[in-house]
Design a protein around this ligand. Structure first.
Ligand code: FDA
Ligand code: NAD
Length: 432
């Protein structure tokens, strides 16, 4: 049994949704595009899972956050795909791929062939077992990558109401879930190995602001250690988390956010993999080492002009959206499509706080603004060895202010006096 399509998108997440919209804008015929996804629902805005989906009141539920609402575009419901003649093969895992034969074998035993393939398989959450700790399958241990995880997390939160949660990991999932748990009246202890939260992006100064804010909401931090085991009761539920430093933390539930790995497995040995950054290596058109195959989103390692076109893999929604739009342009209009000239953009919203970051967080850091109150706005610039601003972070900015820091990171002006930059702060970007 088998079907053939002109275009196949493997993976039905954020990138798939934005690519589908772009295909229809550029004009495709009915029956030309197929999306295959392991998830049982049409592509949706994954960021909603750690924010609106976890709210105690009036939580976001599908179909409200199908792509492409996150970029204020059309909302692509299953009906939309049908109307546009796009085949959605949902609840179906691709088990193997043969890039030479241009075929994919699905979990239902079907062989789907393509003329052009876009790999948009995203990433999987790392498991505790990969760090030598057992117990991920306990009923009150939660991960958060997809809708099924989020629904489970909501159920576990409800059964742990008024109780204690231990959050493992001080990254994005840890930060956003800790805030949601507190909002759901569950007390939180966060455990992570670094000296401060969000160590991949925040400076110690920026981290201190958020840690103080979280502490004011009752969150406790245990830094510089990791867990050694999960203690369970006779029902298999976790009742405590034991730490390497000897401490024992009683827990009604555990949330784990210890990073991700890109889903490259199907293509290892067939396409060039970027061993350093992880991910499938693509060029500035998002084309892999096979001319019929492209990759986008979390799974793709692409050249970043800001880094002198060295490859980087980004794990953020804006990159998934824009790389998806770019790949469709590369495929359908190769002559008029330039290189993917991407400016990294990350953001988060927790409690009533909200920040944005643009560019690269490398080099000397110049902080600005009021870090001592919970008011903001405050932020930081990153200045490279040539004295150019290459990155900027801002908490509590307005739309115009965020646009201004993005612009500065594109223009990369040379700055002289760092003290002057610190005192001019946001004004430097806004007036620049
Ligand atoms: P994505 O993970 O969205 O989709 C991959 C799809 O491929 C999934 O549907 C998966 O099931 C499917 N798939 C994988 N292997 C398959 C196979 N073999 N067969 C069939 N299907 C397969 N970013 C940000 O900038 N701001 C934010 O606030 C957030 N918030 C956030 C919250 C949470 C809870 C998560 C998990 C992530 C975020 N992110 C984020 C990150 C952002 O969501 C992420 O970068 C994008 O979803 C990446 O989009 P992709 O399409 O590449 O992968
Ligand atoms: P992360 O890389 O942001 O953070 C991982 C954290 O895990 C590290 O900060 C570290 O503290 C911790 N850690 C690593 N090994 C550990 C161990 N053995 N024990 C305890 N802690 C350990 O990853 P994440 O928070 O799991 O997020 C997963 C993905 O979801 C990322 O790609 C992220 O970009 C994405 N995401 C993004 C946003 C956003 O952009 N606002 C929000 C949610 C999720």
């Amino acid at each position: 049994m088998g079907r053939a399509f002109l275009y196949v998108i493997l993976g039905g997440g954020v990138a798939a949704g934005y690519a589908a919209l772009e295909f229809t804008r550029r004009g495709i015929g009915h029956g030309e595009l197929c999306i295959i996804s392991e998830e049982p629902v049409a592509p949706y805005e994954r960021p909603a899972l750690s924010k609106g989906f976890l709210l105690p009141e009036d939580p976001a539920r599908l179909p409200s956050f199908h792509t492409c609402v996150g970029a204020h575009e059309e909302r692509l419901t299953p009906k939309w795909y049908k109307e546009h003649g796009i085949e959605l093969v949902l609840g179906t895992r691709v088990m193997s791929a043969d890039v030479r034969r241009q075929t994919l074998l699905t979990s239902s035993g079907e062989t789907i062939s393509y003329k052009t393939l876009i790999i948009a398989t995203g990433a999987r959450a790392l498991k505790l077992e990969e760090f030598g700790v057992m117990g991920s399958d306990a009923p009150n241990v939660c991960y958060l990558r997809n809708l099924a995880d989020a629904s489970r997390l909501v159920n576990v939160m409800q059964s742990a109401a008024g109780g204690k949660a231990v959050v493992i990991g001080g990254g994005y999932i840890g930060m956003e879930c800790a805030a949601s748990l507190v909002t759901n009246k569950i007390s939180v202890t966060m455990v992570f190995p670094e000296e401060h939260i969000m160590a991949r992006l925040f400076t110690p100064t920026i981290a201190a602001f958020y840690e103080d804010y979280y502490s004011s909401k009752g969150v406790e931090f245990i830094k510089g250690t990791v867990l050694s085991s999960l203690e369970t009761n006779s029902l298999g539920q976790v009742v405590a988390v034991n730490l390497k430093d000897g401490r024992r933390l009683p827990a009604d539930m555990v949330v784990v956010g210890i990073g991700i790995r890109p889903n490259t497995m199907l293509f290892e040995g067939q396409l060039t993999i970027d061993e350093k950054n992880g991910g499938i290596k693509v060029d500035a058109k998002m084309q892999t080492s096979n001319r019929s195959v492209y990759a986008v989103g979390d799974v793709a390692s692409f050249p970043l002009p800001l880094l002198g076109s060295r490859n980087r893999r980004l794990e953020h929604v804006d990159c998934a959206r824009k790389s998806a739009i770019h790949v469709v342009s590369s495929i359908m209009d190769p002559k008029d499509t330039g290189n993917f000239d991407y400016l990294p953009f990350f953001y988060s919203r927790v409690f009533t706080l909200s920040w944005q970051f643009y560019g690269d967080n490398a080099g000397e850091v110049v902080h600005f603004g009021d870090l001592s109150s919970f008011q903001g706005p405050f932020g930081a610039y990153w200045v490279n060895g040539k004295g150019q601003i290459v990155g900027a972070f801002l908490e509590g900015g307005s739309k115009d202010e965020y646009e201004a820091i993005a612009r500065i990171c594109r223009v990369q002006p040379v700055v002289g006096d760092r003290l002057d930059l610190a005192s001019r702060g946001l004004e430097f970007a806004v007036s620049g």
